[in-house]
Design a protein around this ligand. Structure first.
Ligand SMILES: Cc1ncc(COP(=O)(O)O)c(C=O)c1O
Length: 344
């Protein structure tokens, strides 16, 4: 089976982990700090605060920004985009997507809301100029969990909002096993988050603020440091694989990249007629194609929204993601392209 995703881990990561093992300093420490510094620099922001996963990164950012009330977001995303708002006592308010990019349709951002979460879905950055303008005084929290290294114009996704959340789950463009990060230029927010993730203590056993344990380990950060160094090469290879598909795929709609956006292809997502039949055909030919996401968030039982989102409801029946990870062999890409051709 060609999987939908595969983490690219090697000897360098193993060596970095062994060094942490030998040091005995397994929990959050100087390696996490170094990872935060390098990640902030890479994204082009002043601060990065590491945590346990992307979901927690979203929750931590919203909690420490004091978000309450209505939070605008797309419904075509992973569930965490919305449940993180629920976790801080806010209410998701859904905005339909652009049929071409699958990202939030900036022209449909209307009404009153206290915060907005644009999601850079599948690795394509949103039009952040329009979103930030439309947000007005509402806080902007980017969900960059799928967009490590994606650009809007010349700036990285994760550098536009009041805060942005990243995930380092093993399917992502870079991984730490499990892990997350919040990026921001707001010094006070960064300080609040550092306290929030560590029992609200500035000094050991003096708890002045609300806080819990949402710390990243030195082990995860050691992997992250190596992966961050490799990320530009990983993304280039993903883009190369995407180009191969763009050129050779037949009978399907290949991804559209908005002018000004640089896509890092966390997923290579096509639109296809008879989507479910094509999915079964691919699976029975040893290809781990997957649908992200078959049920939009506003239709999930936990959310129970009565909002109507015609584009989202249409697109979720058409999309199909193909393996695009950097380790794919040319012969595997060829097999995937040929399998789709034979289907038609
Ligand atoms: C868009 C989006 N938001 C949030 C998350 C949550 O990240 P994690 O799985 O690290 O909690 C993910 C991860 O799959 C995601 O894709």
């Amino acid at each position: 089976m060609i999987p939908i995703a595969k983490p690219m881990l090697g000897k360098e990561e193993l060596k970095a982990v062994k060094k942490v093992f030998d040091s005995g300093m397994l929990a959050q420490g100087d390696i996490v700090e170094k990872f935060e510094e390098k990640f902030a620099k890479y994204i082009g922001v002043d601060y990065a605060v590491a945590t346990t996963n992307g979901t927690q990164a979203l929750i931590m950012a919203m909690h420490c920004l004091g978000i309450k009330g209505k939070v605008a977001m797309p419904s075509f995303s992973f569930i965490s985009t919305a449940t993180s708002a629920l976790a801080v006592g806010a209410k998701p308010y859904f905005i339909d997507i652009d049929e071409r990019t699958f990202n939030i349709d900036a022209s449909k951002i209307k009404g009153k809301f206290n915060a907005i979460i644009p999601v850079h879905l599948y690795g394509q950055a949103c039009d952040m100029d329009t979103i930030v303008k439309k947000a007005g005084r509402a806080k902007v929290i980017e969900d960059a969990c799928q967009a490590h290294g994606a650009l809007w114009k010349k700036k990285k996704a994760g550098s536009f909002g009041d805060a942005a959340a990243f995930s380092f789950y093993p399917t992502k463009n870079m991984t730490t096993g499990e892990g997350g990060m919040v990026t921001t230029n707001d010094r006070k927010l960064a300080e609040r988050m550092r306290l929030f993730r560590n029992h609200g203590q500035k000094r050991r056993y003096l708890h002045e603020y609300e806080g819990y344990n949402f710390r990243m380990t030195n082990i995860a950060a050691a992997i992250g440091l190596v992966q961050l160094k490799k990320l530009p090469k990983f993304n280039k290879q993903r883009q190369k694989n995407a180009k191969y598909y763009d050129k050779h795929l037949e009978g399907v709609e290949t991804p559209f990249v908005l002018k000004g956006a640089t896509h890092v292809y966390h997923q290579y997502t096509i639109k296809a007629k008879r989507r479910n039949a094509l999915l079964n055909h691919l699976r029975s030919n040893g290809i781990g194609a997957t649908v992200y996401y078959p049920i939009p968030i506003h239709k999930q039982p936990i959310i129970h929204s009565k909002q109507k989102l015609p584009v989202t409801e249409k697109v979720c029946k058409q999309v199909l993601s193909l393996p695009v990870y950097p380790g794919l062999k040319r012969s595997e890409l060829r097999h995937i392209v040929e399998t789709i051709s034979t289907f038609w």
